[in-house]
Write a protein that binds this ligand. Structure first.
Ligand SMILES: [Zn+2]
Length: 135
């Protein structure tokens, strides 16, 4: 398989098996995007779409942001998909890969942790009012 130079978006319910090279599949049902690694290794790359992970934008051409560091793949590719094109970046070294994974994990954990409940002024006021009226 040769390098992929360009991606087009395809909005799907779930990803086909196998995925076709040059297509960035976007599953709105599962909030994931999937594509074949552009380096030519043929591996499938699945990215979770969320405020702390990846986002897909489509303005006639598809973009995936931030960069994909395929740390789980043998090719270790690192690239952006910007308006359909591949923007290659230098491969990460082992230390950076560990850091990328840790940062990703922290971001996910931060999103999961529920914010402490904010005291509701409305509720406090109502409670005080009913307390007073009860006397
Ligand atoms: Zn690859």
């Amino acid at each position: 398989m040769s390098r992929i130079e360009h991606y087009t978006a395809e909005f799907v319910e779930s990803f086909p098996t196998p995925m076709q090279p040059g297509i960035l599949y976007v599953s709105t049902s599962y909030s994931t995007a999937g594509h074949i690694c552009p380096c030519g290794c043929g591996c499938e790359v699945v990215t979770k779409l969320s405020p702390v992970r990846w986002k897909v934008t489509f303005d006639g051409e598809v973009s995936l942001w931030p960069s994909v560091a395929a740390t789980g793949l043998p090719c270790n590719s690192h690239y952006f998909i910007t308006r359909g094109g591949i923007d290659w970046h230098r491969k990460l070294d082992v230390g950076e890969m560990v850091e990328v994974r840790a940062a990703d994990q922290r971001a996910v954990e931060a999103q999961r942790t529920p914010a402490p409940p904010a005291p509701s002024r409305w509720w406090t006021r109502l409670w005080r009012w009913s307390d007073r009226s009860g006397r």
